[in-house]
Design a protein around this ligand. Structure first.
Ligand SMILES: Nc1ncnc2c1ncn2[C@@H]1O[C@H](COP(=O)(O)OP(=O)(O)OP(=O)(O)O)[C@@H](O)[C@H]1O
Ligand SMILES: [Mg+2]
Length: 255
């Protein structure tokens, strides 16, 4: 029998990660630990103030998109005060806003027309901030995070529901504003030409590509979807090798 060193066992991601096992706001005050990477078993740290100005979650029904969005909201709320953060939830199916305490909820759009109005008022605030920046003043006001679930439904009637914020996507960091958006993989190859999705990709949005059909073609950073179990996806950061991740099961806590 071989008595020499054994190869390190291959570590496999658990099928479900309890968010309570991820670093909390005290251990990780600036980043949002949404789950674990398969290769290193270290936390996925969403960095909305730096490397991940926006997040685009693509995945077919039941893959865990709304769970990711709830995870973003819960982690933000744990790390900011209502003076420092406003969350605007676009949630036509009402599966996501429940994760956001009233004190942080700057708007809850449950229809396309409400969404258009909400976007217009956010755009007004972003314009005010842009003007302040242009005048060399400091930007005042809380971080504004738009959490958009089921964007396919929201945008099915045509453009517009989020059109007003497109001009501000590229200066997200200076304006202290982020978009976290989810839609299915099915139809994504065409939908990615939608102005908002195109602008998100152009401004360096990080992608999370969850369950879907590889026949949709390259989605973000040349990565195609594949069939994956719930909560699993490819984390695609601009300029980096895609990495397999498992998102925390944020559905089991919260509400
Ligand atoms: N991170 C996760 N870990 C383990 N199970 C998960 C995870 N995310 C989702 N699931 C399982 O998948 C189910 C669907 O999750 P969720 O509602 O987030 O998916 P979805 O992509 O938003 O679905 P839909 O397309 O219908 O909106 C959950 O009820 C849960 O059973
Ligand atoms: Mg959902």
């Amino acid at each position: 029998a071989w008595s020499g060193p054994l190869p390190a066992p291959v570590r496999m991601l658990p099928e479900s990660i309890d968010p309570a096992d991820l670093p909390d706001g005290e251990q990780e005050p600036d980043l949002l630990p949404l789950g674990l990477f398969q290769d290193t078993m270290t936390p996925i740290n969403l960095d909305l103030t730096g490397r991940d100005p926006h997040l685009l979650v693509l995945g077919d029904p039941g893959c865990g998109k709304s769970t990711v969005l709830r995870g973003v909201i819960e982690s933000l709320v744990e790390r900011y005060t209502p003076d420092e953060l406003v969350v605007a939830v676009y949630d036509v199916r009402r599966t996501t806003a429940g994760a956001c305490p009233e004190a942080f909820l700057g708007g809850h759009a449950t229809s396309t027309s409400l969404a258009t109005g909400l976007s217009a008022s956010i755009a007004e605030e972003l314009q005010r901030r842009s003007d302040a920046l242009a005048a060399g003043e400091t930007v005042e006001g809380p971080r504004i995070v738009l959490v958009v679930d089921d964007y396919d439904i929201l945008s099915s009637g045509g453009t517009g529901a989020l059109g007003a914020i497109i001009p501000f996507l590229s200066s997200a960091r200076d304006l202290r504003f982020n978009v976290v958006l989810a839609r299915p993989v099915a139809g994504a190859s065409r939908a990615l030409y939608d102005q908002l999705l195109q602008a998100l990709r152009d401004t360096g949005a990080t992608g999370l590509i969850m369950d879907g059909d590889r026949g949709e073609g390259a989605l973000i950073g040349g990565v195609r979807a594949e069939h994956l179990r719930a909560g699993r996806g490819w984390w695609v950061r601009r300029g980096r090798k895609p990495r397999l991740v498992q998102v925390g099961d944020f559905a089991s806590t919260g509400e």
